[in-house]
Design a binder for this molecule. Sequence first.
Ligand code: GLN
Length: 404
Amino acid sequence: MIKDNILIEGEKCTAASKILENYIAPYDATVISNLKQAGAVFLGKTNLDEFAMGATGENSAFGPALNPHDHTRAAGGSSSGSAAAVAADLAVYALGSDTGGSIRAPSAWCGVVGLKPTYGLVSRHGLIAMASSLDQIGPITKTVEDAAIVLNTIAGYDPMDSTSHNGELPDYTANLNKPVKGLKIAVPKEFFSKGLDGQVNNLTQAAIAKLESLGAHIDQVSLPMINFAIATYYIIVSSEVSANLARYDGIRYGRSANKAKSLLDAYLETRAEGLGAEVKRRIMLGTYALSAGYYDAYYLKAQKVRALIKRDFENIFEKYDVIVGPTMPYAAPKLGELGDSLSAYLADIYTAPVNLAGLPAISVPCGQVEVDGSKLPVGFQIIGKHFDEARILQVAHNFEKSRQ
Ligand code: GLN
């Protein structure tokens, strides 16, 4: 199953937006050509938050994907349908995209494995752009080994993506069974601040204790700049969104307001009726943050803080092999429970900093919590150095095996 913001030639690609409701993809995304060459069979396209903007799946123009563990709850966003499909055994694997957590969040809430690769490892050619300096395609699977197998096929240099990494890549399945004994694991204290649910905290601590019992060396560390990550992320995302979505003007792609009296009216009407509330909110915020007079105070400042967040991670990776913590601050909420955008933005607290730093991270199931009579899955996040996917897959695989 493929998230419906990745192009498959001749198939509809809606990005869960009315503005692309009838848009037919004119070519294959590079990940799709790679999978076709490997003999993949595509079962369908999956629901998402409109243009991948959201943390719950509820921003889709076509209604939310439901969580297979409890149909009154959100599957998680934005790759909602991809995670729900794998969790419900509709497909062996799915592709998602992750700009601030969109592979890891729904994977955590649906109880499956989700890998967000290093920025540049997997081609973005044919992925409908949200925030180009952060977007990355990755696999959602039942097991860590499956994630490694899919990554082997989709990773690699692509001249069609100017940010594509050109280097030797390992076989990501090769080191899965290598023991974690002796590995140095960092646990940032900021990941355990007051927004973290008590039961999720307990499962996360148990996962860390499990890695310690397997012989890993655990230390508490600090990522001080992480407190600014959400503000930084939403300024950068909105700015890039406002630029990337300018192309949906009713002339070049998809929907077009056909009763407009002038060209300007055609732009305005197409966008007014074709785009949803969250997408419009971000376009407005981003246009503001990039405008003359505010650029220095918002966009430029955010870029500087982004560099500091990246440096925080790099400092830790001088001494440690991986960083671990929760994927999401709580288990899947009820549909409608988060209420406003700000609550949804705060849900990205553990995932978005990883995208700002361009690092790879995986969410692997670590148990279930009970909320109002429902048993809901929880994800454990393992973050690695740039292009060190093999390492996070190894740690995740060892952890997964230890739970069987
Ligand atoms: N929840 C985040 C947002 O809305 C993540 C989205 C994503 O990763 N595509 O921006």
